[in-house]
Design a protein around this ligand. Structure first.
Ligand SMILES: Cc1ncc(COP(=O)(O)O)c(C=O)c1O
Length: 376
């Protein structure tokens, strides 16, 4: 008989307790300086992130959603242009494209990695006449087949914007960091991310100085000098408070990745011994690296929601990323496209389990065993 444990999907208070003594004096320092928007802390964070990701330039902005928007603006994506992206992703991916009046062209996912593939991108590209970019998403913290996507992009002569919002520190099959090989990489520091701030924040990465300079300008209303604007940008400054928090947290990021990896290994071992209705994803081997922003299982035979209820009754938090794919969202109803069978099936079957690094191994075992018992 297992003892009842409460295992939330995520508990940020545990992480904060371990950082309180470092974070609070830094917050005080920024309050004393009264320097809140951009400034030296943001410049320091931009250098550290560029270094971590392995690119020459990083530009802080107000959110991951803005990072995507700024990236597309810097590539001159305009009304009527087409951008290929997944439908199985967070709303911001398609939202950024649509906000510019451009059209998201949906590519289906691979059913076991949940990422779009060079093949599905090729299919999506077939009917495009104004294709301007490809925007792959490294979903849940595992990278897209970047070699294949980059080859295709160079064949089509269009740029690649990596939505690496969930993938800071993820590595592809060549060992390169997410956000380092496309023309532009976009990161989110939303609190639930592996590197999360105390609110919203984002970062754009690139090795292209011209794009970096343009994004730096676009994030301050398109002004190169204060009050002189030769194009219309947006207001997307990163706060000094966020940069200060993120600089402290960055020092622990590798240890937190390792904690998530430990938890994932426990799930993998228990689930691989059990078949039932459970299909768990395919994970890339080293030098690729999954950073486990989410640990996802897939429950077939209409049992996903019953499993969630059962877990909830047993004190276990779960969520669904994502129950409604973007091509089925009301606001995208006017966009036509090919059927996306793998995307639609995943939306019915996937469920995210607790994976955060502060979890005790007994808690992870409890979650895994409760699932296996229910499905047996
Ligand atoms: C795949 C993906 N893209 C974009 C975003 C947008 O990031 P933000 O919430 O920081 O705006 C997120 C954040 O949840 C995301 O998961």
């Amino acid at each position: 008989m297992q003892t009842k444990t409460t295992v939330p999907l995520l508990d940020l208070k545990l992480q904060y307790e371990s950082l309180r003594n470092e974070v609070e004096p830094m917050l005080q320092e920024i309050c004393d300086s009264q320097y809140f928007a951009l400034g030296p802390k943001v410049v320091e964070l931009e250098k550290e992130i560029a270094n971590y990701v392995g690119v020459t330039r990083a530009i802080g902005c107000a959110s991951g959603s803005d990072a995507l928007l700024l990236a597309l603006m810097s590539l001159d994506v305009k009304a009527g242009d087409e951008v290929i992206c997944p439908s199985y992703t967070f709303f911001a991916t398609g939202g950024a494209i649509r906000r510019l009046g451009a059209v998201p062209v949906w590519a289906d996912i691979d059913p076991v990695t949940y990422n779009i593939t060079p093949e599905s991108v090729k299919v999506a590209a077939q009917n495009c006449s104004r294709l301007k970019a490809i925007m792959p998403v490294h979903l849940y913290g595992q990278t897209v087949d970047m070699c294949g996507v980059l080859d295709l992009a160079s064949e089509l002569q269009i740029p690649v914007v990596e939505d690496a919002a969930q993938a800071i520190g993820s590595k592809d099959t060549t060992g390169a960091m997410a956000g380092s090989r496309g023309n532009i990489g976009c990161f989110s520091f939303y609190p639930t991310k592996n590197l999360g701030g105390f609110g919203d924040g984002g970062m754009v990465t690139t090795n292209d100085d011209a794009l970096a300079d343009r994004i730096t300008k676009l994030r301050v209303h398109g002004g190169e000098r204060r009050y002189y604007h030769n194009e219309v940008g947006i207001n997307s400054r990163l706060d000094a408070l966020q940069a200060g928090v993120l600089l402290i947290k960055l020092q622990y990021l590798e240890a937190w990745h390792a904690g998530r990896e430990r938890n994932a290994a426990i799930y993998n071992e228990i689930f691989s011994a059990s078949e039932n209705c459970l299909v768990f994803p395919r994970f890339l081997q080293a030098p690729a690296r999954h950073i486990w922003n989410q640990y996802i299982i897939r429950v077939q035979g209409d049992r996903r929601d019953a499993l969630r209820d059962h877990l909830s009754e047993n004190g276990i938090g779960t969520d669904i990323y994502y129950p409604v794919p973007l091509h089925e969202q009301e606001c995208f109803a006017d966009i036509s496209g090919k059927p996306l069978p793998h995307t639609e099936q995943a939306a019915l079957e996937t469920v995210a389990l607790p994976i955060f690094p502060e979890l005790e191994s007994q808690q992870v075992e409890y979650v895994a065993n409760t699932i296996v018992d229910f499905l047996t």
